[in-house]
Design a protein around this ligand. Structure first.
Ligand SMILES: C[S@@+](CC[C@H](N)C(=O)[O-])C[C@H]1O[C@@H](n2cnc3c(N)ncnc32)[C@H](O)[C@@H]1O
Length: 294
């Protein structure tokens, strides 16, 4: 049965069937502890999120705010939320909800999690003041989904409400997959997850419909033995093996440039500001804020 608090947040139907790739996110949940920056937010991101949130909304607006979290990112649930705020985390993966959502420590008044699809949120119009998410848009498979989300986020936000997201942006001049793999052969690489993200982005730039299984195939044909990549880079085999989650996965990520992203979120959202973290690949991971248009 729906709790009174969830009803207060405007949740009207808990049974919407999600249609994102459950199995990919189940594997992600299972290897969560092995995933690092930039795929997961670090303290620097948390500071930038908080700066973006507090410069988009006045303290009085944030005080009793109802916040919608796109996903279950524990680092976002654990931000310095005001004591009387509430948080509803929405995720289509039951495994992410069951394994990762409990890791967050929400300091506000009430939090709950909802198994639903962002493209068809079971929430009343104007149910929340703020939507936050970490890399959420890049988990959508195609540009149409961005538009569906923009309309849904507009609908469930109150007038004046804001959207604060860490984006994963393609660089102006996307890399080629061969360039990224050649960097590894020369040992010109930093942290493994930044490398993995470069490879995923480069493959997406060369083929927008590439699914994760295609990324695995490209990787495996370049480096059939993970030990070779480990010797060249110093990465742990455990980290490298997180790529195996992509084998046979039909799920897709998507990446666009900042200008394209802004135009895909318009006219429902006007861009307010963005800040770029200083870590490796941070230039592709801005934390951007948008205001719901009137
Ligand atoms: C927030 S995103 C990005 C991951 C993020 N960088 C992190 O690790 O916190 C990941 C989550 O989005 C969820 N997800 C992806 N597409 C979704 C959709 N259309 N509706 C609801 N949840 C979705 C996945 O199940 C996953 O738990």
């Amino acid at each position: 049965m729906e709790s009174p608090e969830v009803a207060a947040l405007g949740a009207v139907d808990m049974s919407v069937q999600p249609n994102t790739s459950e199995s990919h996110w189940s594997r992600h949940a299972a290897q969560w502890g092995k995933v690092g920056s930039p795929l997961r937010p670090v303290d620097e991101d948390a500071d930038l999120y908080w700066r973006a949130i507090t410069s988009s909304l006045a303290a009085s607006e944030l005080a009793g705010a109802r916040v919608l979290l796109l996903g279950v990112t524990p680092e976002l649930a654990s931000l310095r939320w005001p004591a009387d705020s509430s948080l509803l985390a929405c995720d289509s993966s039951l495994d992410m909800l069951q394994s990762i959502w409990p890791l967050g420590r929400f300091p506000g008044a009430f939090s709950a999690a909802l198994n639903a699809d962002w493209r068809a949120l079971p929430l009343a119009p104007g149910a929340c003041k703020l939507i936050v998410g970490d890399g959420s848009l890049s988990t959508l498979g195609c540009a149409d989904d961005y538009r569906r989300c923009a309309r849904e986020f507009y609908r469930v936000l109150q007038p004046g409400g804001c959207l604060v997201l860490r984006l994963f942006c393609q660089p102006r001049k996307p890399e080629l997959p061969e360039q990224v793999l050649a960097d590894l052969r020369r040992g010109h690489v930093g942290n493994f997850h930044a490398f993995k993200w470069r490879l995923v982005m480069a493959i997406h730039a060369s083929n927008e419909s590439a699914c994760l299984a295609d990324i695995w195939a490209r990787w495996e044909s370049g480096f059939p033995q993970p030990e070779t990549a480990a010797a060249l880079s110093g990465w742990s085999l455990d980290a490298i093996r997180t790529l195996e989650a992509y084998r046979h996965a039909s799920a897709r990520y998507s990446f666009y440039g900042m200008a394209e992203l802004r135009s895909m979120l318009a006219p429902e959202f006007e861009f307010l500001d963005a800040a770029w973290p200083g870590y490796e690949l941070g230039e592709r991971c801005p934390i951007a804020s948008f205001r719901r248009t009137a």
